[in-house]
Design a protein around this ligand. Structure first.
Ligand SMILES: [Zn+2]
Length: 318
């Protein structure tokens, strides 16, 4: 594999546009509203290795999509960190794959040593388990990128329609970052059987009933109304086209398909699952929704009072 660093970019949150800058005083006043919802603050860097020349037309968009996907998970995960991402452009995967580069010991359960992802360690605890090497890696097939994906012109806001003949790249990147954050482990893809006396925080939360593998974390079970079906033959995903979990195929962490023309979002079930896997989450969606409503009302009142200086009221209370 050619190891070529085309760009090693450091990006933080997107800079405010001119219009956003005009609203800064409203945003500043509404910080009191934002404060209780402690989103992760995720800076990031992206480096490329592999057949980078084949995607030279897409590297900027890939960097932006990685950052937007991290920001999306950062809406839920507590803590702050700079996540170093290595993108590998390679034909070794048909579409895409991702994981944390390292893991960290979290404890012993049922005689198994349990490990969580390096990414979760870094965000939640500020511990970089593998030092200066990349925290996560995302493998991308160049033909898949060119032929199937639609790169969102505004990946942080995601309001354009996804073309009917393309797969939404943001959905894919969020999904892949989900693997790096928690949806991963060492279990057999069909029955979850472990290779030795160690397990990931996902593995420890799965159960094989003799026919199907299920995710059995308490929060996820409570939210879903029972054990959450894992994709048959594709551990670390949920839902099935046939069999248990047909209703989970629309989930962004499904292992069945990303339908063209569709946009996928992190679901409350995904958040419950990462919590079951020990990822510390501060803003559960229900709470966030209440705060967003309250913030919206407060921001409207503030905007009305400041109407001479700032219009319109901010749409976004994050
Ligand atoms: Zn996947």
């Amino acid at each position: 594999m050619t190891s070529l660093t085309v760009s090693s970019l450091t990006r933080s949150w997107p800079k405010a546009t001119v219009a956003q800058a005009a609203r800064m005083s409203v945003l500043g006043l509404s910080m009191v509203c934002v404060a209780p919802v402690a989103h992760a603050r995720l800076d990031y860097s992206v480096s490329f290795v592999g057949d980078v020349a084949s995607v030279s037309d897409l590297t900027g968009q890939i960097v932006d999509h990685v950052g937007a996907a991290l920001a999306d998970w950062g809406r839920y995960v507590a803590g702050s960190a700079k996540i170093d991402v290595e993108v590998q452009v390679t034909n070794s995967v048909p579409e895409a794959a991702a994981s944390s580069r390292a893991s960290g010991y979290v404890g012993t359960q049922s005689g198994l040593s349990v490990y969580g992802s390096g990414m979760a360690f870094k965000i939640n605890q500020g511990v970089d388990v593998n030092g200066d090497t990349p925290d996560i890696e995302i493998l991308l097939n160049p033909a898949y990128l060119h032929n199937d994906l639609w790169f969102d012109p505004e990946p942080f806001s995601r309001h354009d329609l996804v073309p009917l003949d393309k797969v939404d790249a943001m959905s894919l990147f969020i999904h892949e970052v989900g693997h790096a954050l928690a949806f991963n482990g060492w279990g057999n893809h069909i029955n979850g059987a472990l290779p030795a006396d160690y397990a990931s925080t996902w593995d420890i939360n799965t159960h094989f009933d003799g026919t199907n593998l299920y995710f059995v974390g308490a929060r996820a079970e409570q939210l879903y109304g029972g054990a959450v079906p894992v994709t048959v033959g594709s551990n670390y995903h949920i839902g099935n086209a046939n069999g248990p979990g047909v209703d989970l195929v629309p989930d962004i962490m499904n292992g069945v398909a990303f339908y063209r023309g569709s946009r996928y979002e992190i679901s409350p079930l995904d958040v419950a699952m990462i919590q079951d896997m020990g990822v510390v989450v501060q803003a559960v969606p229900e709470v966030q929704s209440i705060w967003l409503m309250a913030c919206g009302l407060l921001a409207m009142v503030i905007a009305m009072k400041l109407q001479a200086r700032v219009t319109p009221a901010p749409r976004d209370c994050r």
